[in-house]
Every structure is written in structure tokens, then in C-alpha cells.
Design a protein around this ligand. Structure first.
Ligand SMILES: C[S@@+](CC[C@H](N)C(=O)[O-])C[C@H]1O[C@@H](n2cnc3c(N)ncnc32)[C@H](O)[C@@H]1O
Length: 494
């Protein structure tokens, strides 16, 4: 661990002297020593090879490379050539001195190159085969990666260099992932620490599609307690570690591990998940299951082939951004005012109004802020991390607010709407679905954030309409809106 300790120490000194704002500009967050060791431990040591070429894009101070080189040296590799890409001039001096230290003190024949080039744009022509298919760059035996986390504009040079994986404004981290896969030799492995946001959502779909076609996931590590991964850096990131192999061979399973923190890799849980449960569907979602119960949820619900849109339903986001429309909001009812529903109006499965909340009425004739007074299922868009459920919903029945022909919803709630008016039975049936433990669990596996996004909800499997109706009727007859009742009803149809 001597090389790694030295690099870690020098990184700590750098962090102390370099202002965070400065580092943020480059999307720079450093890997901890424990994570670097864990990540390098995930690589299979190639058999019958004593010389390897390694790539570490966005090298920073070189901590990942140092950990990997130590591991390789301990496992019979005699020679390593490392290629680093790093654009931040502030850190390249430190990187160079760390690599020189490894060269002088390591027990391995070690050479390196530091390329102060932009990792993405400098490979634009090779990646897009502008110069013909033969123009393949040198490929690597291993890639170890902690890419910059930074949202960039859709016309930023990096986004324009990789048009095939971009959709809207991309994040540099997945461009690095895709480019790193491009740079890898066939059947070689890459280990990366990245946010988990790419595993679902429309923004990442092009990336997922290409990435998951060109490689196979072998291992995913999740941190169960949040916020601790970069605790020295207090970055609140939902992070995972992934190992992929550049191959299109059928893979039966993926190893899923979890740990409680970024320090304690001794008490990790290990679980094997079927490949097709984790990577599935036409959206190429990655379902981060960590135990048998979660697999059961995915398997059971995936039997249903409908989705909200295929049933003529859709989850939409509330219409009114309250702070941008202050002038039309009212605390009390007045002539031509209509209710504006907030998440606070969703209470124990029902929609309660008025509740004496400020700005709970709206007076406007702007069509974009108003919707018909119809039956809806309201679903909160945001919940707090510590709350028991992600999906929290309330049945909205138009007849209870019959004085109004129009209403409004704040954009912090979502609502499920039908092309035509949906019956009360259907709204109650949707409530059974959205208030069940099964769907809450399904949503959590699909999306690790606390936000409930329409894209994911609209892609969740749904039972056929006659079952939704039947479930609604059952709920109406028992008059109990609890999670338990919803689970019992849903289970009887699974
Ligand atoms: C998240 S940091 C990780 C640093 C190091 N690999 C580690 O694990 O501690 C990402 C690094 O990528 C560098 N970087 C950002 N954009 C880059 C680009 N386009 N090309 C090459 N390096 C880049 C940043 O300066 C930063 O040092």
C-alpha cells in the first residue's frame, strides 16, 4: 500500500490548498483510498500476460492508477504502461510527481504518458471514424475511471463530438464512459465509479442503448447509506461502481454487492442477479436489485405488458410554477378563483381542500395553468429521503369539487390523466397500484432519486384496464386506503 498511501497523502494536501470552487470547474472529486483499492480489486488479472497497458481518463492525482498498479504488481504483472488524460493544469504537476514516485519506488517496470488533452474532443475523429474505419487508436487492456461529473450544454464541443449518445444537455461522465469503452480492447475490462442517474431516464437512453449493446455488465456495487461516498468532499451524489467487459457474449448473471459506507468494504453483501432482470426492456433500463425480494418484484410486475400510455393514460407534471406566477395566486377564495393543488393537499390517500394553506387559489385565464376538473390520481413529485415511501398519492374526484369546471396543480405534484375522463373505479384502481409496496419498490429500483419522474412512471408495467377497474371496485368496497389493503388487492391479481 506504500505507493497508494503516498498518492493519497499528496491528494489530501492538494485538496486542502485548492479551493473547492476551482476544482468544481473541472468536475473534480477525488476517489478515497478505500474505494480505489476496492475498484482495482474488481479487475480479473489477465492470464498469460505479463505486460499491460492501462488507461485512466481524468486522472486527477493518479490515485486510481496507483491502486491498480499496486494490485497488478502483487499479482505477477511485470510491466505496465499507463496513459493519463488530465486537462487541469493545476494538478498535472502533482500527477507527474506521483507517477515519478511510482516509477522510482514501485516493484514493476513502469512507464507513463500524461496527455493534457481533452479526453473527449481529442478523439472525436477516431470515435466517429471520420478518417475511415481503419483509423483505430491504440486500445487498452484495462480502463479505470472516475470521470468528471459535469452537465454540459447540448452544443458543447464534447457533446458535438459524441452525437450518437447525446440527447439534450449531457453529462460529461457518460461521455467518458462511452469513450473509455471505445478505447478498450475486445474482452478487456473497465471499472468506473459514476452516478447512478444513467440507469434510467430519457436523457441517458441513447447512451444506455449503445453502451449496453457494446459491453456486458459483470459487477455493480451500491452504497446503501447515502451521502457518504465522497464524505470528505461532502458531495451528495448517488454513486455506484461498475465493472464491464467489452464483449457481446451472452452473460447469465451480474454480481451485485452493497456496502454501508465508503470506508467499510469488509462487510459487503454479495448477491447474484440474472442479467436479464438487471438489464432489460426496450429502454435499456438498469434495475439495481440487491436481494431476492426485489427480483421477485421486477419479475412479477414484468408479466404485465401494458403501460399507462398503452392504456390511454399518462402521468404529467403539475401545471403551475407558483413562484413564477405570484400575482395570480390567492390565499382565500374570490370570484373566478379555482383551487390550486399542492402536495400538502394529498393526505392519507385522499385530496383534502381547502386546508388554509397560503396561495391555494388561482385566478387566471392562462390556459397553460388550468386543467379540466376531471378525476385524476395525484402523485407527489418530491418526498424526503427518510420518508417511508417514494410513491405517495391521493385520489382526486371531480364531483367533490363540482363548483369548479377548471382547477390547477402546482408543478411539485404529478397527476395521472386520461385522454377521456377516467372513471372513479379506475382512479381507485390506479391508487391500489401506486400505493402498493410492490410499485414503490419497483420505482425505487428503477430510480434512486427522491423525485418521481413521469418518464419512468409512464414506462412501468401496468395491468390491463379490466384489472385496474376490478381492483378499484374492491378498494371502494373495503373503504380502507392503507398500503396493506392495496398490497392484498394487488397480490390477488399477480
Ligand atoms: C472526478 S475527477 C477524478 C480524479 C481521479 N481520477 C480520482 O479518481 O480521484 C475527474 C478528473 O477529470 C479531469 N477532467 C475534466 N474534464 C476533462 C476532460 N475533458 N479531459 C480530461 N480530463 C478532464 C478533471 O480535471 C478531474 O481531475
Amino acid at each position: 500500500m506504500e505507493l497508494l498511501d503516498k498518492v493519497y497523502q499528496s491528494t489530501q494536501e492538494y485538496i486542502e490548498k485548492m479551493p473547492k470552487e476551482q476544482r468544481k470547474k473541472y468536475g473534480q472529486f477525488f476517489t478515497s483510498k478505500e474505494i480505489a483499492v476496492f475498484m482495482s480489486g474488481l479487475f480479473a488479472i489477465p492470464e498469460n500476460k505479463t505486460k499491460l497497458t492501462i488507461l485512466d481518463p481524468g486522472t486527477g492525482s493518479g490515485i486510481l492508477s496507483a491502486a491498480l498498479i499496486e494490485r497488478l504488481a502483487e499479482n505477477g504483472i511485470q510491466s505496465v504502461h499507463l496513459v493519463c488524460y488530465e486537462t487541469d493544469d493545476n494538478i498535472t504537476e502533482l500527477l507527474q510527481s506521483n507517477l515519478e514516485y511510482i516509477k522510482a519506488n514501485g516493484s514493476i517496470d513502469f512507464s507513463y504518458e500524461i496527455r493534457s488533452e481533452n479526453y473527449i474532443t481529442s478523439q472525436e475523429s477516431e470515435y466517429n471514424h471520420y478518417l475511415g474505419a481503419d483509423d483505430d487508436p491504440a486500445k487498452y487492456d484495462m480502463v479505470i475511471l472516475n470521470p468528471p461529473y459535469k452537465k454540459i450544454a447540448k452544443n458543447a464541443p464534447e457533446a458535438l463530438a459524441m452525437p450518437d449518445v447525446c440527447y439534450g444537455a449531457p453529462n460529461l461522465y457518460f461521455l467518458f464512459m462511452q469513450m473509455a469503452l471505445f478505447d478498450l480492447k475486445d474482452n478487456a475490462e473497465m471499472v468506473a465509479i459514476i452516478p447512478r442517474s444513467w440507469t434510467s431516464g430519457a436523457y441517458f437512453e441513447h447512451f444506455r442503448q449503445r453502451f449496453l449493446t457494446e459491453c456486458r455488465i459483470r459487477h455493480i456495487h451500491l452504497f446503501i447509506s447515502r451521502d457518504k461516498v465522497f464524505e470528505n468532499e461532502s458531495v451528495l451524489q448517488e454513486t455506484l461502481i461498475i465493472k464491464v467487459v467489452k464483449s457481446q457474449e451472452v452473460t447469465e448473471s451480474i454480481t451485485m454487492t452493497t456496502s454501508n459506507s465508503n470506508k467499510d468494504f469488509d462487510n459487503i453483501t454479495t448477491f447474484t442477479a440474472p442479467y436479464n432482470t438487471v438489464v432489460s426492456g426496450e429502454n435499456y433500463y438498469v434495475y439495481l436489485v440487491t436481494n431476492e425480494d426485489e427480483i421477485e418484484v421486477i419479475t412479477q410486475l414484468s408479466k404485465w405488458n401494458d403501460t399507462l400510455p398503452s392504456l390511454g393514460l399518462k402521468m404529467k407534471t403539475g401545471l403551475t410554477v407558483d413562484f413564477r406566477n405570484r400575482e395570480v395566486l390567492r390565499n382565500t377564495e374570490e370570484q373566478s378563483a379555482v383551487p390550486l393543488f399542492y402536495s400538502q393537499h394529498i393526505q392519507s390517500g385522499r385530496v383534502i381542500f381547502p386546508i388554509g394553506k397560503e396561495n391555494e387559489y388561482i385566478v387566471t385565464d392562462q390556459a397553460g395553468l388550468l386543467q379540466k376538473n376531471k378525476n385524476y390520481l395525484f402523485v407527489k413529485r418530491f418526498t424526503a429521503k427518510e420518508e417511508h415511501r417514494r410513491l405517495q398519492c391521493g385520489v382526486y374526484l371531480s364531483r367533490k369539487f363540482s363548483a369548479y369546471s377548471l382547477i390547477s396543480t402546482q408543478n411539485k405534484i404529478n397527476f395521472i390523466d386520461g385522454a377521456t375522463e377516467i372513471s372513479e373505479c379506475v382512479v381507485f384502481g390506479l391508487y391500489v397500484i401506486f400505493n402498493s409496496t410492490f410499485y414503490d419498490c419497483y420505482y425505487r429500483i428503477l430510480n434512486g432519486s427522491t423525485q418521481v419522474n413521469s418518464t419512468e412512471v409512464n414506462s412501468m408495467p401496468m395491468p390491463p384496464m379490466n384489472i385496474i377497474e376490478a381492483m378499484g371496485k374492491q378498494l371502494i368496497s373495503v373503504r380502507d386506503m392503507s398500503e396493506n389493503t392495496c398490497d392484498t388487492i394487488l397480490r390477488s391479481y399477480l
